[in-house]
Design a protein around this ligand. Structure first.
Ligand code: ZN
Length: 336
């Protein structure tokens, strides 16, 4: 019953988004926005896709904006492909785009929203998170050598890094902020077109974090992470004490989907160098773990595995993230 409802919702939405669009040779047939909410009911969950469902309900133009961002990226990748015309796979590209941006540095504002001293995390904890972001996105993480040889050839330095531009601290008696962007309306983002805003507050419900994809409303743009899952020192809780929740959520913020595609084997994450899967992985899976007749990339930051068992983005994910940072991209103003 739940699966049927999901299919009906996603079909009607996708058709609305594709009507009257000039695709210019781009295959958008596998693009989707809506997903069911089964997977985040487990521990280790991220609420990004559910938040997107709710935003699609409220914002009639959001689906079109996200469709256009995707179309623009695919058109650009199609144009970059040498000779073969792209093959119409409709997904990402294993090779990084030849953009001229070089190393990109994104400025970050952190909003610490706390109801007790533990949640008022230290500057040292914030700095530890910034270090993880930079190590993970630049592939200077000290566990990069744990990437299996099967996947090492596609593991990538995204050439995206982050710098702390400011910290805002807000005392509030509320002990749990939920997943409905309440923290953002209470403490609005600061210059969200040019800065990544991160709210660190207790979310509740076993949710580690959630992000907003490119194309969303600027009033709610940014990433929310629980204080116990932010950074590597201070008020952090195993097994999500490695700062990788924020790495994962910033991946969404830069347009990455979950690595299993939030659906069955035929649903993709729009990245061609990540294996197909039909589920998230949890804990620290033994290698190899196989679903959909291929070895899952359980150590990818966009899976749900424990922090200690993640260590890579791929070249295709790098391409997809940088696709929103290039001139004309949905997050081009982050680059300065
Ligand atoms: Zn996620």
């Amino acid at each position: 019953m739940a699966a049927l409802a999901m299919v009906m919702v996603s079909c009607s939405d996708d058709q609305a988004a594709t009507t009257n669009d000039d695709l210019q040779g781009v295959d958008m047939s596998n693009f989707y926005l809506r997903t069911d909410d089964v997977e985040t009911k487990n521990a280790g969950g991220c609420f990004t896709m559910q938040r997107l469902n709710a935003q699609l309900d409220k914002d009639a133009d959001l689906a079109d904006r996200m469709f256009d961002i995707e179309k623009k990226y695919r058109q650009r990748m199609l144009a970059k492909k040498p000779g073969n015309g792209g093959g119409g796979n409709g997904g990402g590209d294993p090779q990084p785009p030849t953009d001229n941006l070089g190393v990109v540095t994104i400025p970050v504002y952190v909003h610490v929203v706390y109801s007790n001293n533990n949640e008022n995390i230290s500057d040292a904890q914030i700095n530890s998170q910034m270090a993880v972001l930079n190590d993970d996105f630049r592939r200077t993480n000290n566990d990069a050598n744990q990437t299996p040889s099967l996947f090492a050839p596609v593991a990538a330095d995204t050439e995206i890094q982050f710098t702390l531009a400011g910290v805002f601290r807000h005392a509030n008696s509320r002990t749990s902020w939920g997943t409905n962007d309440l923290v953002k309306s209470t403490y609005p983002p600061v210059t969200p077109s040019t800065h990544l805003n991160i709210w660190v507050c207790n979310i509740g419900g076993g949710i580690l974090g959630y992000a907003q994809f490119p194309g969303g409303n600027s009033a709610t743009d940014g990433v929310v992470v629980g204080p116990q899952f932010f950074g590597t020192t201070g008020y952090v809780a195993s097994p999500f004490d490695g700062g990788r929740t924020t790495t994962h959520e910033v991946g969404h913020y830069l347009n990455l989907r979950h690595i299993w595609g939030d659906g069955r084997c035929n649903r993709d994450d729009f990245v061609s160098d990540t294996p197909t899967s039909d589920r998230p992985n949890y804990g620290c899976p033994s290698y190899p773990t196989t679903h959909c007749r291929s070895t899952d990339m359980t150590m990818n930051y966009m899976d749900y595995t424990d922090d200690a068992c993640m260590n890579m983005f791929t070249a295709g994910q790098k391409s997809r993230m940088r696709g929103v940072l290039v001139p004309g991209g949905a997050r081009e103003n982050l680059v300065n």
